[in-house]
Design a protein around this ligand. Structure first.
Ligand SMILES: [Zn+2]
Length: 415
């Protein structure tokens, strides 16, 4: 058994609106064993005196793409898998180093990557994966350019999309694709249910998949005792997904009041990802984001924070997502500042630590400094309840990161 005792910590999590001073936290193996506001006496433990420094749960991100190694996703089809894998490990290491200890992948990552983290082969965050996203022909995971004039063989389609999505059309293919991703170890199923920015041919305003197809995919996820997440922007697309039983609605930039109320009634979730639009708007051109995508971005970039406001006012449960691509991943924690503009500092923390944990059915495992929870802990130079920006800037003010009781970062040498 390995045991670590954090002494004199100021605790911050989303269970309270104020920081709590003078706590000791004992970690045994991969779990938090004891949390106490008086001194914990333990022998044979490694002691880390935080001298009043902030200790909080590892951050949780409910919408990432660890395999999005390029801004232009079509480029993923022309690189060897081994090269993309190597880049992916760097992206995952970056996430853990900036304090994210659990992330939910929204297209691309598979059980192999999740297991590699669990088995200590990659120093990344714990992964919840969907395998390949499900997309209709001409949908958000169809990266074929408009110049491909006829449908191609499934092998050729596969080469273009193997790192992100798969095409499935019609109820039978949708059932089969969902079952196949679950067979390969997906924790949840991702549906591309409306137009997207990074795909070349689908207008933002369209809906993707028929009601029958959406229902079939949701039935397969439910049969496996899991759920679907859906990529959507417009009220029309969101409403179809909610009606079909989808649990988490991603992005939702163009949502209206009626649709937000519908999400709340169905006890579903909204996972905004505003930092990716901010980053694409700032850097898209210089990093080679295709012109068509930059054009599409204009229709949604300014609506993002208003959408969060609409959901908040309707009582929708709001998660924390980032959706960053390629060289923009270092902005991951800057979503906190954007979310806080609408939700406040405590609300932004809650979206990550509690609501995103709940989305992954992990609310009794992660997101709190509490006995019995996983020992996912970070030390922060500052109090994010007062100033959330101390979590931003690529982990600059996060000197220590522990996941599953293992220390992966200790820049100040305090451990
Ligand atoms: Zn995404």
């Amino acid at each position: 058994m390995t045991a670590i005792l954090f002494q004199n910590a100021t605790l911050v999590d989303a269970t309270q609106t104020e920081a709590r001073e003078g706590f000791d936290v004992l970690v045994e193996d991969d779990r938090i064993k004891e949390v106490s506001d008086s001194r914990i006496n333990a022998n044979d433990v490694r002691k880390i005196d935080l001298k009043g420094g902030t200790l909080m749960p590892g951050l949780v991100d409910a919408h990432v793409h660890v395999k999005a190694t390029d801004l232009n996703l079509a480029l993923l089809g022309v690189k060897p898998s081994s090269y993309i894998y190597a880049q992916t490990t760097k992206i995952m290491e970056g996430m853990l180093q900036r304090g994210f200890t659990t992330v939910r992948d929204a297209a691309g990552a598979d059980k192999g990557l999740a297991d590699a983290v669990d088995h200590g082969l990659i120093a990344g965050p714990r992964l919840r994966v969907c395998g390949l996203s499900l997309s209709q022909t001409g949908g958000h995971s169809d990266q074929r350019p408009v110049t491909v004039m006829s449908d191609v063989s499934s092998n050729e389609r596969h080469n273009l999309m193997q790192h992100f999505g798969r095409l499935a059309d019609g109820v039978d293919e949708c059932r089969r694709a969902a079952r196949d991703e679950l067979r390969k170890g997906a924790h949840h199923v991702k549906i591309m249910a409306g137009g997207g920015v990074s795909s070349p041919t689908d207008p933002i305003e369209n809906t993707q998949y028929s009601m029958e197809e959406l229902i079939a995919i949701n039935q397969e996820a439910a049969a496996w005792n899991t759920y679907t997440m859906a990529h959507t922007y417009t009220p029309r697309a969101i409403q179809m997904c909610v009606e079909a039983g989808t649990r988490t609605l991603e992005h939702c930039n163009l949502i209206d009041v009626e649709t937000a109320e519908m999400i709340a009634e169905h006890d579903a979730y909204h996972v905004p990802t505003n930092i990716t639009y901010w980053a694409l708007n700032k850097h898209g051109k210089e990093y080679g984001f295709p012109d068509i995508s930059i054009e599409k971005l204009k229709t949604i970039v300014d609506a993002g924070l208003g959408a969060v406001e609409i959901s908040k006012n309707a009582g929708v449960k709001i998660g924390f997502g980032t959706d960053l691509l390629g060289p923009c991943h270092h902005y991951q924690a800057n979503e906190f500042g954007l979310a806080a503009q609408v939700l406040g500092n405590h609300g932004a923390l809650k979206a990550s630590l509690e609501t995103s944990a709940e989305i992954m059915y992990m609310e009794n495992e992660i997101g709190k400094v509490q006995a019995g929870f996983k020992a996912d802990l970070i030390v922060v130079d500052g109090n994010p309840l007062n100033d959330i920006t101390c979590l931003e800037n690529d982990g600059a003010k996060i000197p220590l990161v522990m996941r599953d009781g293992i220390i992966f970062k200790d820049t100040n040498g305090i451990a």
